[in-house]
Design a protein around this ligand. Structure first.
Ligand code: GAL
Length: 344
């Protein structure tokens, strides 16, 4: 029967002792999650570590480019840190070239969440809750958020997001796990398929120009399996300005139902990661930092293109973009999205 073991993970300044929850399924594979930032710290399948992270809270406090984190209230960028809703303008706290990124300087990834656990014969699950006050980082409404991680006997990690608000607001929750399912220092040799015929070009600050563009004939074409590294240095303005991939792909046939959108595979080991989501987009970020800008487990310097993020979400800056749908949440409604990462 799947089990959960809870241990102390470290002290968050001003927020008390933080826990780590180890969810182990009947195959002996373990997902670890901490209630600090509702973040995934480790996924070990058949002896191999699948994600970048740290083994204690200290690493996350010292410098974390959102490893494993739950991102809120609004994943990705909002241009000028401003948006309008019901004809009222809201000024957000900026943290990225005058724009807001990933919910602002103190997003959901920096709070200790309240946890409850459940063990059944099919899965172990961890439900994390956070209440964000009205006006937090500039967003309207007191937002109550639940993120439920379920790890089952098929090696599927299901993430259910739920939110309600006391005022009409916007919300775009995602998870920022950095995957490397292989054993190499980069993801160049992993193969990726993304079910997306179009992607979202952005300016140098990561703000969309306003349209999606076809992937065909560009480095962004992953409609059939291609090594992540094949075009990662291509002479293409989007790739050159980001130092790799850092764009949203528009998932084909989006209709809000749970649908497969990507498969990442490691030809060397045969490991695979199957991804599905109810969201319209996936931000693919290939860890484009300079080698050594950050560290990872064991204090090792993080190398460029070390891992890949597959962040499911609505498109960047959607509240200010007339061609993109915006995830608005009205009083009395419940925001619900799901993303599943399954390992084979
Ligand atoms: C990604 C984003 C990147 C970078 C990164 C930070 O989601 O697309 O531009 O900001 O987060 O770790």
């Amino acid at each position: 029967m799947p089990t959960i073991i809870t241990t102390d993970f470290g002290e968050a300044p001003g927020q008390g002792m933080v826990q780590q929850y180890a969810l182990t399924n009947d195959l002996g594979n373990t997902v670890k999650i901490t209630n600090y930032g509702a973040l995934v710290t480790s996924i070990v399948c058949y002896g191999g570590e699948m994600v970048i992270g740290f083994d204690s809270l200290a690493g996350y406090l010292e410098g974390n480019p959102y490893y494993g984190a739950t991102i809120g209230r609004y994943g990705n960028r909002i241009a000028g840190a401003q948006f309008s809703l019901n004809e009222e303008q809201f000024d957000l706290v900026a943290n990225d070239n005058g724009n807001q990124l990933h919910g602002g300087p103190k997003g959901f990834d920096k709070y200790v969440w309240t946890a409850s656990t459940e063990e059944t014969s099919h899965y172990a699950s961890l439900r994390l809750t956070h209440v964000s006050p009205d006006g937090d980082m500039g967003f309207p409404g007191e937002l109550t958020v639940h993120v439920t991680y379920t790890w089952d006997n098929e090696n599927a990690l299901r993430i259910n997001y739920e939110a309600t608000s006391t005022k009409d607001t916007i919300v775009n929750l995602t998870n920022h796990t950095y995957f490397n399912i292989g054993t190499a220092d980069t993801v160049h040799g992993l193969e990726l398929v993304v079910s997306a015929d179009r992607y979202v070009p952005v300016n140098e600050a990561g703000i969309p120009f306003g349209e999606t563009e076809p992937v065909v004939g560009t480095p962004f074409d992953f409609t059939s399996a291609k090594p992540v590294g094949q075009d990662i240095d291509a002479d293409h303005p989007q790739i050159q300005s980001a130092n790799g991939y850092d764009n949203t792909w528009a998932i084909n046939d989006y209709d809000g139902s749970l649908r497969p959108f990507a498969v990442l595979s490691d030809p060397a080991s045969g490991r695979k990661l199957f991804c599905s989501t109810t969201e319209p987009g996936v931000q693919v970020f290939t860890t484009n930092f300079g080698s050594g800008d950050y560290t990872e487990r064991g204090g090792r310097p993080l190398t460029t293109h070390r891992a890949i993020c597959l962040e499911t979400q609505h498109f960047p800056d959607s509240p200010n973009q007339e061609n993109f749908t915006t995830p608005r949440l009205k009083v009395g409604e419940t925001y619900r999205t799901t993303t599943v990462y399954r390992f084979e």
